[in-house]
Design a protein around this ligand. Structure first.
Ligand SMILES: Nc1ncnc2c1ncn2[C@@H]1O[C@H](COP(=O)(O)OP(=O)(O)OP(=O)(O)O)[C@@H](O)[C@H]1O
Length: 456
């Protein structure tokens, strides 16, 4: 049974009072309601939050209700639209229904009718009548991330993560930068018994040693200059949930000792306090460093390493799961279009080839960034190959990732010829006659090539 609070409604009208009236009617009936007085603002809100219903006025100055409806049907097909109209514009409202609005409501009529429509949407959702629309979503997203895979190695990694999530042990996630270590940490939290608690991420690299400790442990008022008030640390915020320490390889040996003590005693003392507090959190850490090597170099404590790594999850780089590129490209394309409010109708084949061939040293993050830029640079809904160099330095990257440059055969022949003639000339101490004899061409022909190619 869905409760009314789970039905999220956005009301949009350029008349502030009318949105307020609707806000009171709907929120007093128990629904979760937000309001907006401009379509642009409403579009921004929809990017960050999904709504079950948008109730929009038909007549608005710059962007009218029909345009709002079109936008919603294109980018948020799951959202139902109810059109608000005055008597004079009922015909337009009927037109809106033909274009996909669920129904219309006439201003000034008994709000009970509107509430009944929303109640209908709630029941449709309960009965799964709207499920087909839900299924229009192409991807099985987990909290906005794409975790479906065709890659055996990635599927295995996900399986380990899921199993590890069910346990209560500390987990260490390894992998190159941008592979999705934080995405995995969140996935583990969401799949665990702790999912109703907080997921608290902290990047150890972003803080100096003393700031990191104060950030993690919190401090008492007056514990040090500037500590004007008592502050709760991240350990405490993560109580009952998951603490994610990113770039754990960047913590100092001193901090490692303090963290180890917390993990062993399962309690903390705020900076400036003698009282200790028992805590219950799971630690997920991540790094792109080779911690074994850091242990050998004396930069990482072995006892700490064993404490944080009861289970180690290694996320493969993107180049090791190229079978997922197609769906990741489509996923980020869809996301970028929604975020940039740009509709892409075509992508030139060269762009697609590049996206499928490139090796992505920056992993998923790099793929996501490239696609965002391609969408922004598109012209009239088309992503052309001209935009690739601007956004990726693409020829160079392609050559680097492939290990060689693809050129027309005649250019390759020429490159080879230049290199070879140079070698032969060198071997013959620059004597043209002798070199020509070895190359089985006339002295005249060799002379022409030397001057054409600018050889000495
Ligand atoms: N499976 C995925 N689905 C959608 N987006 C993803 C996925 N994996 C990674 N990303 C995106 O790629 C970017 C990098 O991911 P994340 O920060 O988790 O990587 P990381 O390995 O922790 O990187 P770093 O080592 O730099 O901290 C983020 O913007 C994230 O949203």
């Amino acid at each position: 049974m869905i409760n009314k609070k789970q039905i999220k409604i956005l009301t949009l009208d350029d008349e502030v009072e009318y949105t307020q009236t609707l806000f009171h009617i709907l929120s007093n009936s128990g629904y979760a309601v937000k309001t907006s007085n401009s379509p642009i603002e409403a579009f921004e809100m929809m990017k960050n939050e999904s709504f079950d219903v948008v109730i929009t006025d038909l007549m608005m100055p710059t962007i009218d209700g029909i345009q709002v409806l079109k936008h919603i049907k294109e980018y948020y097909p799951k959202t139902q639209v109810i059109i608000i109209t005055g008597y004079g514009t009922i015909e337009n409202a009927v037109e809106a229904i033909k274009k996909g609005a669920l129904t219309y409501f006439i201003k000034g009529h008994d709000p009970e009718n509107l509430l009944q429509e929303i109640e209908n949407i709630k029941s449709m959702k309960e009965e799964g009548v709207l499920k087909n629309l839900d299924n229009e979503k192409q991807f099985s997203e987990v909290n906005g991330f794409l975790l479906e895979t065709k890659s055996k190695v990635f599927a295995k990694t996900l399986e380990i993560a899921q199993k590890a999530a069910k346990s209560n042990v500390n987990i260490l996630i390894l992998g190159e930068s941008g592979v999705g270590k934080e995405v995995f940490a969140r996935f583990i939290h969401d799949s665990s018994r702790r999912s109703s608690g907080s997921f608290v991420p902290i990047n150890c690299h972003s803080f100096s040693e003393s700031l990191l400790e104060s950030e993690l442990f919190g401090h008492e008022k007056g514990a040090f200059t500037g500590a004007a008030a008592t502050r709760i640390g991240r350990f405490e915020t993560a109580d009952g949930g998951t603490l994610f320490l990113d770039e754990i390889g960047d913590t100092s040996l001193d901090t490692q000792v303090k963290l180890l003590r917390v993990l062993e005693s399962k309690s903390i003392q705020k900076v400036g306090s003698n009282a200790s507090k028992k805590l219950d959190f799971r630690l997920v850490s991540a790094t792109n460093q080779n911690l074994q090597e850091e242990i050998t170099l004396g930069n990482f404590r072995e006892d700490f390493f064993y404490r944080i790594s009861s289970i180690v999850i290694r996320i493969p780089p993107l180049r090791a799961r190229k079978e997922d590129l197609e769906s990741l490209i489509a996923f980020f394309m869809k996301k970028a279009q929604k975020e940039q409010m740009i509709k892409i109708s075509n992508m030139e084949p060269e762009v697609k080839n590049f996206l499928l061939q490139y090796d992505y040293p920056g992993n998923v993050r790099e793929l996501k960034n490239i696609i965002e830029r391609l969408v922004v640079l598109s012209e009239d809904g088309v992503i052309t190959k001209d935009t690739l160099p601007i956004c990726t330095n693409y020829e160079k990257k392609l050559v680097e990732s492939r290990g060689f440059e693809i050129k027309p055969l005649k250019d390759i022949r020429k490159d080879f010829e230049i290199e070879y003639i140079q070698k032969v000339l060198h071997a013959c101490s620059g004597n043209l006659t002798e070199a020509a004899r070895h190359l089985a061409i006339s002295r005249r022909q060799l002379f022409n090539k030397v001057s054409d190619y600018g050889l000495k």
